[in-house]
Design a binder for this molecule. Structure first.
Ligand code: C2O
Ligand code: CU
Length: 474
């Protein structure tokens, strides 16, 4: 069932009906940002908890979360340090944690069924890995992630530069959407809804940041903030604008840009992508400031509101310099490399996919009966053989060809890549790239990290119904 902004409740209660409008518009509430969650201890517990997710007038919502908070605690460490967490599974279902964007040891990548066995209820798993790169990353469940991430199992993972840039404050902003029943404020619990999986994915009807539908920051005029935006939504592509702030993009998917790029247009953030901004507050006291998003009803709505009080400095500063580059990340010359084509097929309105599934070649009717709607390179879900095998350090080049009518956010585990344009020009280093309908996007990387790595769509309902493949680096 799809829920949209015109849900009628028949309620005469003003508070509730106002609140219900917030489900679509993100109305300002009175709540101020909770202080950033403290860094977790040595454990990270996945469990059931209740949080105030829906607007005032609703009760608490039962979520699945890490350490009882939504999102999970901000995990933070210095570049070059190790991250060590014992996952405790207090859920009634198996789970595992993926550390999205980290150039990690394959055994720590958290992909149940490929890099580890799922962690059973009551069991634990010790994650212990190096953090070679500074930047903005995140962690999330990677066992039935379509449901587990939608229920709240995600959080930010921040790796600090040895010498962080000069800003007044560093704010982690984890963007998400939740699909709640406007009658009850509880999740609609059909997490594997086939309509959503075969279309654009599970879109929430309540949008928010750091677990709050109306998140507020405080700032002063001319203050300089580092904003670390993370799109943790299952399927929503956020289109964002700054209001009352001027700034630069300084990193994408954790990786510093060679030069800060002034923000002059909308920022498009696909599921799983991150952007680091350095912004100066230009608004004066009382003027609107914050982050706007392009809402489903074609209007710009506040996603983060900043209350500007007073002046931090008499004028704003010089433009920021680039963040220091991360080590060993250069993309090799791939002109001589073979281009392997990964065609994305299937979904509603394109006759669905056919392809290899569980060892058999199946037509789309059989696949649909099994809840599979998509294929990558003719393969539906993980096959026995990888899409490609690379020698260690081999230059790799993959063409992602979108033969569907939906956009897909394609994510490679374990290594970052650059896009290569038709003219050979390379794009920024990323781990997730948005591929629009009919588009062909070529990515290139050095296959330097040994192991089995997923390459999948991060619209998680798509990934769960066919859009998941893998590569192997010897
Ligand atoms: Cu963030 Cu395989 O995922
Ligand atoms: Cu997709």
């Amino acid at each position: 069932m799809f829920v949209n902004c015109s849900v009628q409740t028949g309620s005469n209660d003003m508070t509730l009906s106002l609140s219900r409008r917030a489900f679509c518009a993100g109305l300002a509430g009175a709540a101020f940002a909770r202080p950033a969650a403290a860094q977790g201890g040595e454990t990270l517990t996945a469990g059931v908890s209740s949080v105030q997710l829906a607007p005032p007038g609703y009760g608490q919502t039962e979520v699945w979360s890490y350490d009882g908070t939504l999102p999970g605690p901000v995990l933070r460490a210095r570049q070059g340090a190790r991250m060590t967490r014992r996952l405790v599974n207090a859920l009634e279902v198996p789970t595992s944690v993926h550390w999205h964007g980290i150039r990690i040891d394959n055994a720590m990548d958290g992909v149940a069924g490929l890099t580890q066995a799922p962690v059973l209820p009551g069991d634990t798993f010790d994650y212990d890995f190096a953090l070679p790169d500074a930047g903005t990353y995140w962690y999330h469940a990677h066992t039935n992630s379509m449901e587990q991430v939608a229920r709240g199992l995600s959080g930010a993972l921040i790796v600090d530069e040895p010498a962080p840039p000069d800003v007044d404050r560093d704010e982690v902003l984890l963007l998400d959407d939740w699909l709640l029943d406007p009658e009850t404020g509880l999740f609609f619990d059909d997490f594997s809804n086939p309509m959503m999986r075969s279309h654009a994915g599970r879109m929430g009807n309540l949008l928010g940041v750091n677990g709050q539908y109306a998140m507020r920051l405080r700032a002063q005029q001319n203050e300089r903030l580092r904003l670390r935006l993370i799109n943790a939504a299952n399927a929503r592509i956020f289109v964002l604008r700054l209001q009352g702030m001027a700034g630069w993009q300084v990193a994408l998917d954790g990786m510093p840009l060679a030069e800060p790029e002034p923000v002059t247009t909308e920022i498009v953030l696909a599921p799983a992508q991150r952007v680091d901004l350095i912004v100066d507050v230009t608004a004066t006291e009382g003027e609107p400031a914050g982050l706007l998003h392009y809402a489903d009803d074609d209007s710009w709505q506040a996603l983060v509101e900043t209350e500007v009080t007073g002046r931090g400095a008499s004028r704003s500063r010089e433009a920021p310099t680039a963040l220091p580059p991360n080590p060993m990340m250069e993309v090799p010359d791939v002109t001589a490399a073979e281009t392997r084509e990964m065609r994305m097929e299937g979904g509603a309105m394109r006759g669905m996919a056919s392809g290899r599934f569980e060892g058999e070649q199946l037509g789309f009717r059989e696949l649909v009966q099994r809840g599979q709607f998509w294929a990558l390179a003719g393969q539906v879900d993980l096959g026995e053989a990888p899409f490609a095998r690379y020698d260690r350090d081999e230059p790799a080049r993959i063409a992602l060809v979108n033969d569907t009518v939906f956009p897909h956010a394609m994510h490679l585990h374990g290594m970052h890549f650059r896009t290569i344009g038709a003219d050979g020009a390379t794009g920024p280093m990323r781990d997730t790239v948005l591929v629009m309908p009919e588009e062909r996007v070529e990515i290139a990387f050095r296959a330097h990290n040994p192991g089995k790595w997923l390459l999948h769509c991060h619209m998680l309902g798509h990934a769960a119904s066919g859009m998941t493949n893998w590569i192997e680096v010897a």
